[in-house]
Design a protein around this ligand. Sequence first.
Ligand code: GDP
Length: 367
Amino acid sequence: SEEKMSCIGCGVDIQTTDKEGLGYAPPSSLEKEQIVCQRCFKLKHYNEVQDVALTDDDFLKILNGLGEADALIVKVVDISDFNGSFLTGLHRFVGKNPVLLIGNKADVLPKSVKKNKLINWMKYEASQMGLKPVDVLLCSADKGSHIDDVLRAIDREREGRDVYVVGCTNVGKSTLINRIIKEVTGEQDIITTSQFPGTTLDMIEIPLDDGKAIIDTPGIINRDQMAHVINKKDLKKVLPKKELKPKVFQLNEQQTLFIAGLARFDYISGGRKSFTCYFSNEIDIHRTKLEKADDLYERHAGEMLSPPRKEDLESFPPLKRHEFTVKEGKMDIVFSGLGWITINEPATIVAAYVPEGVSVIIRKSLI
Ligand code: GDP
């Protein structure tokens, strides 16, 4: 009798006749070793991060598994939100295993960012957080650039071991895994469904020549990310998709910029100066006087200052103020998951506001 097949995403029985029905998969997909139903396939593409709920126990199981394995760990971060997507606690779980650090979404960086400077900065930041990667690379899973470099580094560093790919949600891990599958097996769009609701801990394994495998782990939800306070429908707007185009503002003291209704930047003191904003092109920046800023936000958040949407205001965390003094050099104020503002000249006091729970940091300018 015919063997029953089930979706590796949700476990439903696979059928190939009723396109609208539960468990439908196109007949061609039956030849694949791992079959995924259309619903899971679509879920994947709608990027339903908020609905995905692996329990903390499940995460712990995965993370503990990493330490017990003899493997190369490939840690993927979003280079436009390095600190926000880094998962600082992860190194405690990897045991003695080497870590290869991949900065994905390199395509969104302004051309003027120097790649070597950025890689050195990543190495430094990683070491500050207790991680010494065996190598650091940049790639764009979406555009398909430098995937070959990533594969070469994996091949070099794994020394005959399995490979675990880890990262938090939205860093582009699935996109990268699909690129890798395409390169390694020549197949297109086998989808990784490891982070679907209702799944067990099935993980995608891409077989390698020597009997080892590249194993995709479920995306880890990092609750400090901007992505988790933003309506799913707005997420695509907010996450940088293309090269971030600098917008320069000449500001006087006591002026404020609103980054949509998601963040705020007050220029407090330092004379008339220029500030360069790097945010997704679809985010509006609104300038006002500092003394009017509170009132403006009160009255216009959810409409002129949107996202967030009006209907989301109630659950949207209040903006929290963080003050920074720049004594020397050119510095970036980084709004985690959103973008950054370069303070071009020192002797400046500013305040940055982000939703409570989301991080904001200052770093030496990358440009
Ligand atoms: P995952 O949650 O880590 O598996 O992330 P996904 O692969 O679902 O990607 C999250 C979002 O980032 C999607 O909107 C992707 O289109 C986008 N994305 C993924 N890789 C890249 C990349 O290299 N560059 C850019 N600009 N966007 C990317």
